[in-house]
Ligand binder design. Structure first.
Ligand SMILES: Nc1ncnc2c1ncn2[C@@H]1O[C@H](COP(=O)(O)OP(=O)(O)OP(=O)(O)O)[C@@H](O)[C@H]1O
Ligand SMILES: [Mg+2]
Length: 316
């Protein structure tokens, strides 16, 4: 089973407008309300592909109840710790220009020490049943990188490999705890490296640097993927490096493509496939999600169809 942790989930409200006018009136053509958060998305892809998963973390109030309903409807098992304050809502404006959306985010509700220890108890029992742990997204007020490190260390102590998807300080600090798998995108990789990732060669160099950092931090059998959006992804392991070519699709919104990529990869790993085989499914799931509107994630039929077109080549 794949356990996903989303410490700061959200409701995503996507407003579709025809051209965004700042300081003016905008008519909303369509409003979509969806459950969001990196771990939540990852679990949704695993469930859509028929894999076993549970989504855990924190939810609160009416928005929390809404997210539980969405997950129930989609057949995604969940076991969130209830908070006293409401789960946050993020607003996404898709202006039809084909350019990235305008996003408004909130910090999220407070997590107190009491709620953290409640969560920790539930976390341990799910961990014992897990083949993989995936921790994704930001931390809410009250929590910091040390809490993420604590979860990662606990996974290692239980012999469960863990994946970390984070940005900035949280990523840098989490990396020091030695995650077994990471998948920074081009910008996240550049922020950690301190220089731009311009092409495939830069991405391969970056992936090897990440792999080294993971090993140094104690990961036994690490894997680093650097994703390049419409340009595909690269994969580095101790025994070699691979390049995954992009699958050509008509992109609508790439929000969640990275979460989908890793959800599919971990699912295929649980089925016993090699890392490069799993990457092919990751490319397919990322592309399938890019084909959907707003925050929607890829559909199983599209992922399966695109997986047969995916190309992964060894480079060293
Ligand atoms: N426009 C696209 N066309 C084809 N494949 C895509 C496209 N966008 C993304 N993908 C696939 O999805 C993978 C992950 O995408 P990306 O690099 O955008 O992740 P990300 O920035 O982490 O996304 P998020 O954090 O929103 O989930 C890419 O490596 C690629 O395989
Ligand atoms: Mg991402």
């Amino acid at each position: 089973m794949i356990t996903s942790v989303t410490l700061n989930p959200c409701i995503d409200e996507t407003l579709f407008v025809d051209g965004l006018l700042v300081h003016d009136r905008n008519e909303v053509r369509l409003l979509e309300v969806d459950a969001g958060g990196k771990g939540v998305n990852l679990s949704r892809i695993v469930a859509a592909l028929g894999g076993e998963t549970v989504a855990i973390g924190f939810l609160g109030g009416g928005p929390g109840a809404f997210i539980r309903q969405v997950l129930d409807r989609q057949g995604v098992r969940h076991s969130f710790t209830e908070l006293d304050q409401d789960t946050r809502t993020n607003f996404i404006v898709e202006d039809g220009s084909g350019r990235p959306p305008t996003v408004f985010t909130q910090r999220g509700p407070d997590v107190t020490e009491v709620r953290w220890s409640e969560f920790s108890g539930s976390f341990d029992s799910w961990l014992r049943q897990s083949k993989w742990l995936a921790i994704g997204g930001s931390v809410p007020p009250g929590l910091g990188p040390a809490h993420v490190v604590e979860l990662g260390r606990s996974a290692r102590a239980h012999g469960v490999p863990w994946f970390l998807d984070a940005d900035g300080d949280l990523f840098a600090e989490g990396l020091k705890a030695g995650p077994d798998l990471i998948k920074p995108n081009r910008d996240e990789a550049a922020r950690w490296l301190g220089h731009a990732v311009k092409d495939q060669q830069d991405a391969l160099d970056a992936a090897l640097r990440f792999l080294e950092a993971q090993s140094r931090a104690g990961a036994q059998d690490p894997t680093a993927v650097v994703s390049l959006g419409s340009k595909g992804a690269v994969l580095a392991r101790a025994e070699g490096t691979w390049v995954g070519s992009p699958i050509r699709v008509e992109p609508k919104s790439t929000i969640g493509s990275g979460d989908s990529m890793i959800g599919a990869m971990l699912h295929r790993r649980c089925l016993g496939e090699t890392w490069p085989e799993a990457l092919a499914w990751g490319l397919a799931a990322g592309a399938a999600t890019a084909m959907t509107d707003g925050t929607q994630i890829g559909q199983r039929a599209d992922i399966e169809r695109l997986a047969s077109q995916a190309l992964v080549n060894r480079t060293s």
